[in-house]
Ligand binder design. Sequence first.
Ligand SMILES: Nc1ncnc2c1ncn2[C@@H]1O[C@H](COP(=O)(O)OP(=O)(O)OP(=O)(O)O)[C@@H](O)[C@H]1O
Length: 842
Amino acid sequence: MAILETENMVDNKPTVTGTVQSVFYENPGNFFKILLIKIAHKTIDWHEPEIVVTGSFGEIKEDERYTFYGKVITHPKYGQQFQADNYQVDQPTTKTGLVAYLSGEKFAGIGQKTAEKIVDTLGLDAIDKILADSTVLAPLGLNDKKQATLVETLTINNGMEQIIIGLNNYGFGSSMAYNIYQTYHEDTLKIIQENPYQLVADIAGIGFKRADNLAEKIGFAADSPARIQGALMQALNELTNQAGDTFTQAKPLLAASIQLMEQARNVAIDPNLVAEQLMVLAHDGKVVGDENRIYPNGLYNAEWQIANHLMRIENERDKISYPKHDLDKEIRRLEKRFKMSYDDVQKNAIKLAMTHRAFLLTGGPGTGKTTIINGIVTLFAELNGLSLDINEYKDTPFPILLAAPTGRAAKRMSETTGLPASTIHRLLGITGRENNPDIDSKELEGGLLIVDEMSMVDTYLFRSLIRAVPSNMQVVFVGDKDQLPSVGAGQVFFDLLQSQAIPAIELQQIYRQDDESTIIPLAHEINQGQLPADLLQPQKDRSFIQCSPYQIESVIKQVVTKAKDRGFETKDIQVLAPMYRGAAGIDQLNPMIQNIMNPKVDDRKKQVSLGNVHYRIGDKILHLVNSPELNVFNGEIGQITGITYAKDSDDKMDELTIAFDSTEITYKRTEWHKITLAYCTSIHKAQGSEFEMVILPLVNQYQRMLKRNLLYTAVTRARSLLILIGEPSAFDKAAKELSANRQTTLKERIISVFNGEKVSQAVKTASVGLTEAKPTVEKLTPAKAAAPEQLALVDDADDSEETIQEAPANYELTPALVSGHQIDPMIGMADLTPYTFMTSAK
Ligand SMILES: Nc1ncnc2c1ncn2[C@@H]1O[C@H](COP(=O)(O)OP(=O)(O)OP(=O)(O)O)[C@@H](O)[C@H]1O
């Protein structure tokens, strides 16, 4: 069998050849296996008849013979074993052997004669030739059935091995090899050979640099079209994802692509070539240029599709009417029923929701969004003669659908309405990880859909949602437009509101004030760009501790210790920080708070570690990725409920069991990259969650992070207590600084579709924008192209968390400076024991 020649396969690499006695272990999630081999031949110093071999292998058959390449290692627990980094299935090497193999029982219908004919015609490497190109069998005149059996059996028996061997040769580990194989199957090696940059688009975890490394080995030149296109696609995705934009411009795109290429290989790239390839990508439909904008094809289409689907839904508008009902009267009945009176804006919101196919409701905290959702649901059920008793829908779906982007938000929605609510992903039956974003989700069933926390919904998710809405369904989108936009590209809720194409109401009157909360008024003042005069004065539910950046850790330590002493539990206290690194960064604060809230008291307390991060039972954990199949989403917080050490687990791997709101999940060590400690999280990750006590450090070092929507989102996470720490001027700057809107064109798309412009016309002009690329080249000499100032846009992601500078090395934190401060965050809350606080909380 042909082995791909790479540095892994040097002739003198130690080998073990032998038959498989038994497969001790195989990980179903990747290709890792542990085998016991009866040795036939070896080049290593080994005196036993058998040896344990570990590595990344395709399907391994017992009693078959393989040759393994690798080295003998000493495993700390299991002693000496052979760690293979590659292998090869031993094929017959003589004519007699090969004929016997091909005429064997595996190959039904192929007898001795046919087998001889195959070997005579194609030679001893007949198998490789057939696998590479089955048309080599044509001259043999086999009937179709025989030929098909032969190719199919060879592929099943050898194809996968060959691919895994190929992937091993390219240096991919078990899990990555598995992911790649699962994506491309039998085309794996062909795709890699033809265009390794394809991996960047299709395989999570493979970036341009890795693909380029591979491509260089395979022989792709620095200026090859595939390489330039790979860099352009990666740069386009980075530029749009980082900033949350749905498009970028030629200049930053060319600059970022050139930078990617020049960093991966030290070869200057002519910007003209890059501009040329950008045109090719546009021609092939992978990017779209429109005026001076350049979009990834998926986002471009998604914006248009959203606009068209909204129009489709809105077109059905005339069909809703409740002729027999006087809505004003119905609303008065609702008021009686709920023992409250809605203000005029709220009444209008209910009416618009009842009489339109699509309706938008925005408002800050405590303005009555939940109250209005409840009103809409109740009135809709009454006017349509529907029961809200879930028990009456055993055989039919519940006709009112409630959904939110995260499990936590869906749970809250369900609690406040008393009705079933689910995540949007679950509602649509999608995982969010489909390779093809155009995959159709199922059409929704029901009369009314209400989606909460709309500011967290990104362009792709909204596209999936809106196209699943049947034309006879009414939809209500609820959110707070002033919160941070979604993590993924777009600012859908904001753009929907801005388009003014769909009826919308903004609730502004604050109602949740009667408990003397000062947090909600503070949030609204921040939204107006100002801070209250009493910001620094202790209030019943908030306080401010002034300190410098280098005192923050110590101050938080004191606050958390005090809170714990007063009986607050881990889940009640949340520290929110804008950045990961630096003296007041998340990475630094997490272990410090963990040691207060969940210390390792003695050696009996179970603990497992990944790098510097230690995990113990009771630890608060943040889930970092969307795992809709497990019903856990990016930003959800859980708690470790179990630790299983490798020696006690089936897979011989450490395991953590974590309880989330709606589910419990066990993570093997290989999956721990999906989690981290959650004592301190970023403000982005906390979006959609609320906590009893929020501790928020802000200092001027955070600079560009200090934006109004960041401060507003952080403050509105606090349900009962808010402790602000740091420099008052940083809070002031944040309140004043409006964050720049994201670059999107959803608003324009909606307006043009609602004004009757056909999408096809818009698409016709789509490649025009790329002419921008050419003039841009003139301004971008190769030397200039990679200069940092040209690449400023990459840094301009004003709402992405970023690194701040570490304290200067010679900076000394004087204890006096810290302890000199009178720190009592609970001033004014002295009599708020956790008990009274819990009962007085909302
Ligand atoms: N018209 C009204 N009259 C009196 N009280 C009201 C009115 N509207 C809402 N409220 C009360 O105000 C409080 C906040 O309302 P609600 O929970 O609906 O707001 P919200 O916008 O959903 O808040 P949040 O986003 O913070 O959850 C509730 O106690 C609610 O009963």
